[in-house]
Write a new protein. Structure first.
Ligand code: DHK
Length: 149
């Protein structure tokens, strides 16, 4: 078990609109609902949570950089930056921590441009397609990665 029991959960652009945005794809749960569930699940696993959302690529890069030497692992839903951001990939590669990539939707059942993920090239693994439950599953996955490290 690493010294830190802190996990960062980072959410990218438009995820602040969850619950009202394209509900046929993303569902009716808000990001606050997801955060509450993640906090409960992490607490049950003995982990503390910092939960963030930003529409800014630079802010996401700064949070990833800040995780170095401080956190035990990361959960990342980079939203559309998943498919575009080499900057985020480079930041994630600079962090020597377990990383769980998460998506509400199954990105491989959607448009072709969503099938490629830069985040995946740095992530330990990916959970995609289970709606808000993807985050809970990501906590479970990260928790076992941290405990077995
Ligand atoms: C969320 C987004 O905002 C999209 O840009 C991604 C992801 C998929 C999700 O399913 O959580 O393509």
């Amino acid at each position: 078990m690493p010294h830190s029991t802190l996990i960062l959960v980072l959410n990218g652009p438009n995820l602040n609109l969850l619950g009202t945005r394209e509900t046929d794809i993303y569902g009716t749960h808000s990001l606050a609902d997801i955060e509450a569930s993640v906090r409960q699940r992490a607490a049950d696993a003995g982990l503390a949570v910092e939960f963030h959302q930003s529409n800014s690529e630079a802010q996401l890069v700064d949070w990833v950089q800040g995780a170095r030497d401080r956190a035990a692992g990361l959960i990342v839903n980079a939203g559309a930056y998943t498919h575009t951001s080499v900057a985020l990939l480079d930041a994630l590669r600079a962090v020597d921590l377990p990383i769980v990539e998460v998506h509400l939707s199954n990105i491989f059942r959607r448009e072709e441009f969503r099938h490629h993920s830069y985040v995946s090239q740095a992530a330990t693994g990916m959970i995609s397609g289970f709606g808000p439950q993807s985050y809970d599953l990501a906590v479970d996955a990260l928790s076992s990665l941290i405990k077995n490290a």
